[in-house]
Write a protein that binds this ligand. Structure first.
Ligand SMILES: C[S@@+](CC[C@H](N)C(=O)[O-])C[C@H]1O[C@@H](n2cnc3c(N)ncnc32)[C@H](O)[C@@H]1O
Length: 158
């Protein structure tokens, strides 16, 4: 599979995965967290499918497309571990986390996502979802939408 085809597969998995997760958590109390703003593509999709939810965003940099810059009060700029601890101290509760802090190097990305897991867990409401292309620990892995291959995107319930 070429990198271009792999990218198409990832984008499709993200769209289908976010759409599916949004339907699952709509009725849950709790906010949403975009962990890794980047260009803002997945943030833009989250806000489109979950217009009633507050969407927090963490990134150490602001490199989003101008149309995808989150409101200042929802953007936590800094290292993810420090920002997640800050959210826990302020009592934020999350129904959905979309995790994308990776750089596309599988081993490094997996080590990072595993290390972030215990910082995400205390923020989640019961029944909340974490979705990611990198593996997390301490959550129950569940099946996502049928259109997404099991190894392409990972779905976890709290
Ligand atoms: C792959 S990009 C996210 C792509 C984005 N979801 C999109 O759709 O455009 C990963 C982002 O995570 C951020 N990042 C990586 N490690 C981080 C860390 N430890 N703390 C904060 N931000 C981090 C990078 O600055 C980068 O913007």
């Amino acid at each position: 599979m070429s990198r271009l085809e792999s990218m198409r597969r990832r984008l499709t998995a993200q769209i289908d995965g976010i759409n599916w997760a949004a339907g699952q958590i709509e009725e849950l109390e709790g906010d949403v967290l975009e962990l890794g703003l980047g260009n803002g593509r997945t943030y833009d999709h989250l806000r489109e499918v979950l217009p009633g939810k507050r969407i927090w965003v963490i990134d150490r940099e602001m490199n989003a497309h101008p149309s995808c810059v989150p409101p200042a009060e929802n953007f936590l700029q800094g290292d993810a571990d420090r920002m997640l601890m800050q959210m826990a101290r302020s009592g934020t509760k999350l129904a959905l986390v979309h995790y994308e802090l990776g750089i596309g190097v599988a081993e490094k990305d997996a080590a990072k996502s595993r290390a972030m897991s215990p910082l995400i867990a205390p923020l989640m409401v019961p029944g909340g979802l974490v979705i990611s292309q990198d593996p997390l620990e301490g959550f129950e892995r569940i099946a996502g939408p049928e259109t997404v291959a099991a190894d392409r995107y990972l779905f976890y319930r709290v």
